[in-house]
Design a protein around this ligand. Structure first.
Ligand SMILES: [Zn+2]
Length: 452
């Protein structure tokens, strides 16, 4: 499964929903950008958030773990008071570590002369206390995120932490920090279980995956759990940093997209949802595209539908109304309408579909009926002689389905299905046919689905 997750990151369209390796889409925005010129610096207030402003991530908890060129103000500027007036006793220490990381960057092979020059300016600005006289200095709180930008030279106007070379430095640095080490503190290398390359093995995965409650590691082990591991050292994941991080980022992107996620079972006692029990089952699924596509149109399953189907529906309309992957997911819907798909998703961010059966829905006017997607799927599978290339002709496309349960701070994989789309579609067709009824008058077949 890890292998399939990592592969999915190479999907051109899907990869747009991923932050760079080692980066994380923080909910907290960047509040200050330090604008640095030759002789001075000033604070510029900002509100930068979202995937575009994903930042380096270590998963730090109580330790002191600085990030390169973007961090909280206690690290980046040594500010010790937060917005509630609480003083961080370790701000000086954090700031010193931040500066030490800048020193380390100046010697890093990934960075060129322009970036080194910019880093030297950042150091001058923060160590030389150019900012203390800034009119807005008193407004900076220890937990505010701060980024840096230079105003002249070839890097002018760019956020320094976003430069590809800085990202590459961060991947190497993060790997070093979480590598498993031997008695002499040397990094232990081994064959990564996903990419097969011999690289430093990691002791933990910084980015947690969010299934239904709080984020937890995608992969964890008890010592000696994997005695077949390729080194004699316990406490490692048999994964390299990049593969582990990529798998987690892909997981999170899938889990936050209702088109790729269905709740199958939610453990409830009365209205109380028990988030952390193994009875919960959440499915993530996706289609792994096979051969490289010649053009986007090749994959246009919707236009196949639009051409041979629907009452004069335009291609655009058809594509808005129908989504193949999502329809496959609908096969996993529970048999009783309004059960799991409704209040099961209660407090999560991804809010799938119409919320049937909830209090809000009961008092509100009835929402429009969802599309009868299974019948659309059936129609699609039965499209004959379509003029265009049909989606199901794609060579090597695979359907991937993983079912997870949360398990006290971990994520347990309960079931894993990964097979050629070509092999799966006959089963889907058989299922749809088996759940189709024609009435006595021979009117068009209807599907018995949870939406009816
Ligand atoms: Zn790897």
């Amino acid at each position: 499964m890890l292998d399939a997750l990592v592969k999915h990151a190479r999907d051109e369209e899907f990869s747009k929903s991923l932050p760079p390796t080692g980066f994380y889409n923080y909910s907290q925005p960047i509040r200050w950008v330090v604008q640095i010129s030759e002789r001075g610096a000033r604070l510029e207030e900002a509100d930068l958030s979202g995937l575009l402003f994903a930042r380096p991530y270590t998963g730090r908890t109580s330790g002191i773990d600085p990030h390169p060129l973007a961090d909280e103000a206690c690290y980046a500027l040594g500010v010790s008071v937060d917005d509630k007036g609480k003083v961080d006793d370790r701000a000086a220490e954090k700031h010193a570590k931040f500066l030490a990381l800048l020193d380390k960057m100046e010697d890093a092979p990934q960075l060129d002369a322009d970036i080194r020059q910019a880093i030297a300016q950042v150091k001058k600005a923060v160590a030389g206390e150019w900012l203390v006289d800034d009119a807005r200095w008193a407004e900076v709180k220890s937990k505010d995120w701060v980024a840096f930008q230079v105003q002249s030279g070839p890097l002018a106007g760019k956020k320094l932490f976003q430069l590809p070379a800085v990202q590459a430095f961060w991947v190497a640095e993060a790997q070093e920090r979480i590598a498993v080490r031997d008695d002499k503190k040397e990094m232990i290398t081994g064959e990564c279980a996903v990419c097969g390359e011999v690289k430093p093995l990691i002791s933990r995965i910084p980015v947690g995956v969010k299934l239904i409650s709080k984020p937890g590691p995608l992969h964890s082990l008890n010592s000696n759990a994997f005695v077949s591991g390729r080194t004699d050292t316990s406490g490692h994941n048999n994964l390299c940093y990049e593969c582990a991080d990529t798998a987690s980022r892909v997981f999170n992107a899938l889990a936050s997209d209702k088109q790729h996620r269905r709740i199958i079972v939610m453990d409830k006692v009365g209205k109380q949802v028990k988030l952390d029990t193994l009875r919960n089952q959440v499915a993530l699924f996706w289609v792994e595209k096979g051969r490289p596509l010649h053009s986007a149109e090749d994959f246009s399953f919707q236009s196949a539908l639009g051409n041979s189907y629907g009452e004069g529906a335009t291609e655009t309309k058809a594509s808005e109304a129908f989504d193949f992957e999502s329809a496959l997911g609908d096969l996993m819907r529970p048999p009783v309408a309004g059960d799991s798909d409704s209040d099961s998703d209660n407090d999560e961010q991804p809010k799938p579909k119409v919320k049937k059966g909830t209090k809000a829905a009961a008092s509100a006017p009835a929402p429009p009926k969802p599309e009868a997607r299974l019948s659309q799927l059936s129609s699609l599978l039965n499209v004959q002689n379509a003029a265009r290339q049909h989606l199901t002709f794609l060579d090597g496309s695979k359907f991937a389905l993983a079912i997870f349960s949360p398990n006290v701070g971990r994520t347990a994989l309960r079931d894993w299905l990964y097979l050629d789309l070509g092999r799966m579609l006959p089963h889907v067709r058989a299922y749809l046919n088996a759940t189709t009824i024609n009435d006595a008058w021979g009117s068009p077949a209807t599907h018995i689905t949870s939406t009816r």
